[in-house]
Design a protein around this ligand. Sequence first.
Ligand SMILES: C[S@@+](CC[C@H](N)C(=O)[O-])C[C@H]1O[C@@H](n2cnc3c(N)ncnc32)[C@H](O)[C@@H]1O
Length: 310
Amino acid sequence: MKTPHIPVLLEEVLDSFSSVPEGYFVDCTLGYAGHSSEVLKRYAMLHHIGIDRDDEALAFSKKRLEPFDSRSTLYKGTFATVLPTLKETPITALLADFGVSSLQLDKKERGFSFSSKTLDMRMDATAALSAHEVVNHYSQSQLEYIFDAYGEIRAYKKLAGAVVEARAKQAIESAIALSEIAKTVIPPGGKIHPATLMFQAIRIEVNNELGEIEGLLDAIEKKHFKGEVVSLITFHSLEDRLVKNRFRKWSSACLCDPHAMRCTCGKNHDIGKALSRKPVTASKEELKINPRSRSAKLRSFVFKNSSGEN
Ligand SMILES: C[S@@+](CC[C@H](N)C(=O)[O-])C[C@H]1O[C@@H](n2cnc3c(N)ncnc32)[C@H](O)[C@@H]1O
């Protein structure tokens, strides 16, 4: 089956699950089942649960995963809401490959690309909030907040002002029009397109992307996994920071205030360990065939098993 999306860090993801016992593998960002189909092929003892909020991705993956029908179940929804409701046990492997798929980016009518004639950016086309609403109806201070917090744009105030000024003359109806506004504030010629960070910020807001990652990490924590491996792929520093900090918390034995004179917590609160200190990144070979892998960072965490060992 021809796929609209090349899975990133595929071998590295497969290897991260080499020690998992039989049980369920949850792919929280099923997409086009690039990772899922290979995990199912390599690990015959694993059952599969695929989650996505995008109907188009789910329909494609349902067909792609037909050969594994008896071992696979798909759910529509966001991973932070679906994971806590799963009854299947034991979950022994979990993957999330955050962000948008190549198909979402490339399909002009989804409104993610600078040259889209629409202004949408919803991963779930049935969700209430779209980029059109954010760009045309958020207050100037709300826009400043998202450009600063989710885009880390230095000229965030100026950019929010330019959007408000432009929409006062005429509603902003397309991604093309929006990226033209970005060019008036951020001059072209830098390493990235002037509108890149603005689009990232709006996309994060529309899809509550950082809230979803926090929710997923909370849900994983509450599940009290034993011997499970969690592999998470991030694409920018805001996402990576959330994952890195949570892994650090999970691997810390001591919960005491770092300024406390002495440890009083028993120093036995670590629930597992990261598989590597540094994130795994794409090889030169992968970068050649898939430029999207350039910013991908994979972090894996293994939870202690029921005997308390890693
Ligand atoms: C990068 S793609 C995953 C590609 C997939 N690993 C593959 O190999 O085909 C990310 C997918 O996750 C979905 N997604 C992103 N955030 C989500 C969330 N919070 N809940 C559910 N699905 C989400 C997107 O709709 C998209 O289809």
